[in-house]
Design a protein around this ligand. Structure first.
Ligand SMILES: [Zn+2]
Length: 70
């Protein structure tokens, strides 16, 4: 009997959600944006702001603050 983990398809785009970490609570905020994983490196992300539902502040974020989630 073989056990297989469910793996993503080898072909086809991998879409990730863009999460930003709250600098106050360290929780992850969903930016509401998605990106194809392969295109993330060439993607330009500047001057982004997100209103944080955890601490109530507006956070600025750049590409290096981003966490990609499945
Ligand atoms: Zn916050």
């Amino acid at each position: 009997m073989m056990q297989r983990r469910s793996a993503p398809l080898p072909n086809g785009p991998v879409i990730r959600r863009i999460l930003v970490r709250c600098s106050v609570t360290a929780k992850l905020i969903d930016s509401g944006r998605t990106v194809e994983e392969k295109k993330f490196e060439s993607m330009r992300l500047t001057n982004n702001k997100i209103s944080c539902s955890y601490c109530g502040q507006v956070h600025r974020w750049t590409k290096k603050d981003v966490i990609l989630a499945r």
